[in-house]
Design a protein around this ligand. Structure first.
Ligand code: SAM
Length: 451
C-alpha cells in the first residue's frame, strides 16, 4: 500500500489507529428515516447524500441488542458497504439477483430500494451462510424475495438471462475488514486466488443478465489484482460490456487505471477511473470497490419463463389457513399465490414467481405457516412482515418493558385478552407470534433467537 498510495500512505496507515465505523441503515419498508430518528435511542450521524436512511452510530450503545433490531427496523452495515446497492440503484418492479449474498446486508438494501416490488433472488453457495442470510432477511419483513443456495453455474443453467440487475459482491481478500476483524488469513496467494474466483463468478453472471442490464462488481479489498485487475480482464474478455460512470458523492474516489496489472491488455485503460473506491482515510467507512458494467443490447425487459411449479394447498390446507386468517389477521393475502413446499410449509409467492425446480430453495417469497395435521403454526417470518394494524389481537410493548425482555428470553408473560394467536409487537412492529391461553401468553419466539 505504501508503494501504491505514495503521499497518501501516511493518512491511510493512520486510519488504522482509529476504531471501525458502525453503520445503521433504517428499514424504510417499515418506517421512514425521519420517524426512526424521532424514536431512536441512539445518536445518529447521517452517512451522506448517497443513502438518506444510513447513519453512523456509536458501538457502545449496542444497537444489535435493541428490540428494534429484533423487529427488523434497521440493519447494521458499515457505511461504505451501503454505497453498493445505492450505486446499483435497483428499481421497483425489476428482477434483481444478488449472487453472493450472505449474510444479507446488501440484499436487505436492494429489496428496500426496490420498495419490495418485483423480485429479488438472493443466493449464497455456502449452505450455512445461506441460513444466516434467511434469518437476516426474515427480520426485514420483505415479501418478494426468493432465497436460494446454489452455485452460480446452477443458477445460470436454470434461469438464463432473465435479470435486470445482478450484484456480484465477491468473496475477496477483505482488506476493508482488517480494522474490524484483523487480517489473519491474508497472503499474496490468497489475493490471486480471490481474483481468479471473482473472474469465474463474473463470467457466469454474464449469462444471467438480460441485454441492456447492469452488472455490479463489489469487493471490500484494496488490492488491484482483484478490483481493477478483475474488471480490466473482464472488459478485455467481454467487449459487449462497458463501464458506466458512477455518481460521485462526497468521499467517493475514482478507480485507478495506473494500477492495472501488466498482464491485462485493455485498449482503453482510462475507463477504469469510472469505478469507485472507498478509502478509510477519505471516507468515513471501512473501504470498498464498486464497478458498474452495462451489457450492450436492446434494453428490453424479459421477466418471463416457466412459472413456479410448487403445488397449491389442498382444500383441507386452505381451510386451516382461512380459519387462522379469520381469527388472527386483518389483512387479506392473495390465496392464488399460496403454495406448499416440502409437503408442509405454506408460502405466499411473489407475483409471477419463476419456476425453481431443481434449485436448493430456502424461502419462496413470504413463509406463512407450517401446516400440521389438524392445525397450523404461523411462521415467525410472517410476524416480522406485519404490524399491529394488520392483526386482530396484539400484545404491544415499549422497547424497555421488562415483560418484552422476558418474552425475548423465552418466558411466558401474563396478558388480559381472548385465547388464541396474537402478535407480539414493539411500538406496533411485529416481533413474534404468541398464543394466549387463560391469561398467559405461551412463548413462540424461536429458540435459536432467544437471548
Ligand atoms: N453481499 C454480502 C453482504 O452484503 O452481506 C457479503 C458477501 S461476502 C463478501 C461473499 C460471499 O460469497 C460469501 O458469503 C461466500 O459464501 C460467497 N461465495 C464464495 N464463493 C462463491 C462462489 N464461487 N460463488 C458464489 N458465491 C460465493
Amino acid at each position: 500500500m505504501r508503494h501504491l498510495l505514495g503521499a497518501d500512505y501516511a493518512a491511510f496507515a493512520a486510519s488504522y489507529e482509529q476504531a471501525a465505523h458502525i453503520g445503521l441503515r433504517v428499514n424504510t419498508l417499515k418506517m421512514s428515516a425521519a420517524d426512526f430518528i424521532s424514536k431512536s435511542p441512539f445518536t445518529l450521524t447521517p452517512v451522506g447524500e448517497y443513502e438518506p436512511a444510513g447513519f453512523r452510530v456509536a458501538d457502545e450503545t449496542q444497537p444489535g441488542r435493541h428490540p428494534y433490531h429484533a423487529a427488523g427496523l434497521y440493519y447494521l452495515q458499515e457505511p461504505s458497504a451501503m454505497a453498493v446497492a445505492a450505486l446499483l440503484d435497483p428499481q421497483p418492479g425489476e428482477w434483481v439477483l444478488d449472487l453472493a449474498a450472505a449474510p444479507g446486508g446488501k440484499s436487505t438494501h436492494l429489496i428496500t430500494r426496490m420498495k419490495d416490488q418485483g423480485l429479488l433472488v438472493t443466493n449464497d453457495v455456502d449452505r450455512s451462510r445461506a441460513r444466516d442470510l434467511a434469518e437476516n432477511l426474515e427480520r426485514w419483513g420483505a415479501r418478494n424475495t426468493l432465497i436460494t443456495s446454489s452455485t452460480p453455474q446452477q443458477l445460470a443453467a436454470h434461469f438464463g438471462p432473465l435479470f435486470d440487475r445482478v450484484l456480484v459482491d465477491a468473496p475477496c481478500s477483505g482488506e476493508g475488514m482488517f480494522r474490524k476483524q484483523g487480517g489473519f488469513d491474508w497472503s499474496e496467494n490468497m489475493v490471486l486466488a480471490c481474483a481468479r474466483r471473482q473472474t469465474a463468478i463474473l463470467h457466469t453472471a454474464v449469462s444471467l443478465l438480460r441485454s441492456g442490464g447492469i452488472l455490479a462488481y463489489a469487493t471490500c479489498t484494496f488490492s488491484p489484482e482483484e478490483d481493477e485487475g478483475v474488471i480490466g480482464r473482464f472488459l478485455a474478455e467481454h467487449p459487449d460490456f462497458s463501464l458506466i460512470t458512477s455518481p460521485r458523492f462526497a468521499g467517493f474516489a475514482p478507480g485507478q487505471p495506473g494500477w492495472l496489472p501488466d498482464d491485462v491488455q485493455l485498449p482503453d485503460t482510462e475507463q477504469l477511473a469510472q469505478a469507485t473506491r472507498f478509502w478509510p482515510h477519505r471516507f468515513a467507512g471501512e473501504g470498498h470497490f464498486v464497478a458498474l458494467l452495462q451489457k450492450s443490447g436492446d434494453n428490453r425487459l424479459v421477466q418471463s419463463g416457466k412459472l413456479n411449479q410448487s403445488p397449491h394447498p389442498t382444500r383441507a390446507e386452505q381451510q386451516l389457513w382461512q380459519a387462522f386468517a379469520r381469527d388472527a389477521l386483518q389483512v387479506e393475502l392473495d390465496e392464488e399465490r399460496m403454495v406448499v413446499s416440502n409437503g408442509r410449509y405454506l408460502h405466499l409467492l411473489p407475483p409471477n414467481a419463476p419456476d425453481t425446480t431443481g434449485l436448493y430453495v430456502l424461502r419462496h417469497g413470504l413463509p406463512l405457516a407450517e401446516l400440521r395435521k389438524n392445525h397450523l403454526k404461523p411462521a415467525h417470518t410472517l410476524a416480522l412482515a406485519l404490524t399491529a394494524d394488520d392483526v386482530a389481537h396484539t400484545a404491544n410493548f415499549a422497547p424497555d418493558d421488562p415483560l418484552l425482555h422476558a418474552y425475548l428470553q423465552g418466558h411466558p408473560v401474563p396478558h388480559n385478552g381472548p385465547n388464541g394467536w396474537l402478535l407480539i409487537t414493539v411500538d406496533g412492529f411485529g416481533l413474534s407470534w404468541g398464543k394466549c391461553v387463560n391469561g398467559q401468553i405461551k412463548n413462540h419466539y424461536p429458540r435459536g433467537l432467544r437471548r
